[in-house]
Design a protein around this ligand. Structure first.
Ligand code: PGA
Ligand code: ZN
Length: 425
């Protein structure tokens, strides 16, 4: 049994050039592994706290305090412990923090350590990280999951907080559901992305990309964005609604004023009932099979209306609504809100709690979608998490920008090296 012999954290940069926490863990047999944590922009208000320095360095966005918390507080508590005991180690760290939102040590510090523990343990066992995650799931929950390759959701057109344009819906994604392999799913998606670029160019629209690699042109309406994507699918000799489907992330908390949903780009202001009707019309008119954060995170009545209206015909995903938090998610399940959950490990701050939340989804018939953040890095842990836990779906941006593509490339290698894994349908 190997033991942790050293832990070292430093400040590195994410895809927006903003500081984030990176952690390296070394074992007494000299095996070492590193992690880097991601960071959101359209964050849910109930997410665990990302500790930022707030001083003059990096315009207040430094994470040196979080880094120091690892090097001076967490390190001495973890030296000598076995990294294979993920939940035991996460529990120790969470208890040291002692707050419900991880505001003392910082969720970014805690997650960096939690991720590095899982990486170094997998290396020590000499197995792929996704297999180690499957083992951890079994250790924590007592039940086995079937690993598979996740169906990707690729965000190819950006609006909202992720782009400087006039589209209100944050993400327009494609789901290459008809693909027979992950490789094929990626080829189709890349072709659609390139065809969308050509269409935008021919219409003299911007082909600059947003934070998640999707294009961010100035368009008249959300519907125009959907139509352009359908055209790009057809130009790729694929059939919308058969080969490829559409998924939206409204990130509706960003345009809800407490009473109405303000579609500024379209000059419309809709109450929750009317906004639910607006979304239902989109679902009826276009091959949209998934909508994330279709209502504000605190608008439970809006969520109730939306779920009642369209949950039979559309996946309804809670991101800001559930923030990967077991307690908040449990309340949502009791109130029958949404039918799926987005999983972002930095919303809750540790691998163990992330797995517990996924287990709650599995036992309550909710689907889990493993997700990146808009501020990402070369860390590809979420690819392995999606595979190991057999989540079935992953959302990690456009087939563009290395911070996004790194995850898809990792999945392409997993598919190549694990022929027994099939693509989740
Ligand atoms: P975020 O966006 O990482 O900026 O929160 C992603 C999402 O809303 O799904
Ligand atoms: Zn979201």
């Amino acid at each position: 049994m190997s033991k942790i012999s050293d832990i070292k954290a430093i400040q590195v940069l994410d895809s927006r050039g903003v500081p984030t926490v990176s952690c390296s863990i070394t074992l007494d047999n000299n095996i070492t592994a590193k992690s880097i944590v991601p960071s959101g922009a359209s964050t849910g208000t109930k997410e665990a706290l990302e500790l930022r320095d707030g001083n003059k360095d990096y315009l207040g966005k430094g994470v040196q305090n979080a880094v120091n918390n690892i090097n001076t507080i967490l390190k001495p508590a973890l030296i000598g412990l076995d990294p294979c005991e993920q939940s035991q180690l996460d529990t120790i760290i969470i208890e040291i923090d002692g707050t419900s939102d991880k505001s003392s040590i910082g969720a970014n510090a805690i997650l960096a350590v939690s991720l590095a523990i899982s990486h170094v343990a997998a290396k020590d066992k000499g197995i792929e990280l996704h297999r180690h995650f499957a083992d951890i799931y079994q250790n924590i929950t007592g039940s086995k999951v079937e690993s598979n390759l996740p169906m990707p959701m690729l965000n190819i057109l950006n609006g909202g907080e992720h782009a400087d344009n006039n589209i209100d819906i944050q993400e327009f994604m494609i789901i290459p559901k008809g693909a027979q392999s992950f490789k094929e799913a990626m080829r189709w998606s890349s072709e659609i992305y390139q065809n969308l670029k050509s269409i935008l160019k021919s219409k003299k629209l911007s082909t600059a990309v947003g934070d998640e690699g999707g294009f961010a042109p100035n368009l008249q309406s959300n519907e125009e964005a959907i139509k352009l994507i359908l055209e790009a699918i057809e130009n790729s000799s694929l059939i919308p609604g058969k080969d490829v489907f559409i998924s939206l992330d409204c990130a509706a908390s960003e345009f809800f004023d407490g009473e109405n949903y303000n579609l500024v780009g379209e000059g419309r202001s809709l109450n929750p009932e009317s906004f639910a009707n607006y979304l239902e019309e989109l679902v009826d008119r276009y091959p949209i099979i998934s909508i994330e954060d279709g209502m504000d995170e605190n608008d439970y009545e809006g969520w109730r209306i939306l779920t009642e209206k369209i949950s039979a015909k559309c996946q309804l995903v809670g991101d800001d609504l559930f923030v990967t938090n077991k307690t908040i998610f449990q309340e949502g399940i009791i109130n029958n809100l949404a039918n799926s959950i987005l999983i972002k490990f930095n919303q809750i701050g540790s691998i163990t709690e992330t797995i517990e939340t996924i287990n709650m989804a599995n036992t309550n018939d909710y689907k889990s979608i493993i997700s990146h953040r808009s501020g990402e890095t070369e860390d590809t842990t979420i690819a392995d998490l999606a595979v190991g836990l057999g989540a079935g779906q992953i959302k990690t941006g456009a087939p563009c920008r290395s911070d996004r593509v790194a995850k898809y490339n990792r999945l392409l290698w997993i598919e190549e090296e694990s022929p027994e894994l099939s693509l989740s349908q």
